[in-house]
Design a protein around this ligand. Sequence first.
Ligand SMILES: C[S@@+](CC[C@H](N)C(=O)[O-])C[C@H]1O[C@@H](n2cnc3c(N)ncnc32)[C@H](O)[C@@H]1O
Ligand SMILES: CC(C)=CCC/C(C)=C/COP(=O)(O)OP(=O)(O)O
Ligand SMILES: [Mg+2]
Length: 291
Amino acid sequence: MTTEITPTVSATIPAPATPYQGDIARYWNNEARPVNLRLGDVDGLYHHHYGIGAVNHEALGDPEHSEYEKKLIAELHRLESAQAEFLLDHLGPVTADDTLVDAGCGRGGSMVMAHQRFGCKVEGVTLSATQAEFGNGRARDLRIQGHVRSRVCNMLDTPFEKGSVTASWNNESTMYVDLHDLFAEHSRFLKVGGRYVTITGCWNPRYGQPSKWVSQINAHFECNIHSRREYLRAMADNRLVPQTVIDLTPDTLPYWELRATSSLVTGIEEAFIESYRDGSFQYVLIAADRV
Ligand SMILES: C[S@@+](CC[C@H](N)C(=O)[O-])C[C@H]1O[C@@H](n2cnc3c(N)ncnc32)[C@H](O)[C@@H]1O
Ligand SMILES: CC(C)=CCC/C(C)=C/COP(=O)(O)OP(=O)(O)O
Ligand SMILES: [Mg+2]
């Protein structure tokens, strides 16, 4: 699949708010891992998040078969898209007249899925000009550029008007920011009665402190994973009242176990598998009402 990329964003790139955000912008501008691009090439939905659900071993067939690796890639991608569908399931009622915000939108796969499901406008923000241009290129390819737009913008300081957004989400992008600052900003632009959803990895307070595996994941991605407790506290402080908290850890393990057998491994698979198994790390969905 070829993706048209034109420099629609680069003329207006704001300076990073902090040196750290400059590091993260560089990280995502330079990212081109086959585990993300080859999965996205399956159907043109490019994700930077992980998968949930049971592996369909029947669809994979015989590991010795010449087509097995191609089927494995399609299966990992199916599980990543299932994760995004599950997040969208928790946004509440959304109509074609509504605006949604994807905070930390990556290459925009979840935004396209949201527009295709609801017919609504979706605004995405990322620190990376490469990602925003890629997402806008995909939207143009699909002729949905009037509804789906990515821009380079700090999710802690967005241009969205107070109370103008029906629902918003962070899909695996909360570990790059202070949660109080983040939820204050979502709370500002969400309508009263609107919905906020995150799917994220968090360290488990029951374990005690971040395990060595959690520290390894932080170092690998230059991020700072928060604890489950911190999420709930920061939401409560910002008029976001959890409606649903779901532990997706058992649902994401099959994805990781399958990914660990593929040719697209990146070296981080062991840290996810071991930390999910020893209980130090959890994969969760939290859906909250803006009250
Ligand atoms: C792991 S990717 C997730 C991408 C996307 N949510 C998905 O599911 O495919 C993390 C994203 O968070 C973005 N990000 C990190 N800190 C940010 C910030 N302060 N403002 C806006 N985006 C940020 C990065 O640019 C990147 O797009
Ligand atoms: C759950 C946690 C802690 C996520 C950290 C954020 C992150 C880097 C997500 C996946 O991005 P990606 O799809 O680019 O990563 P990979 O290349 O490993 O697939
Ligand atoms: Mg990935």
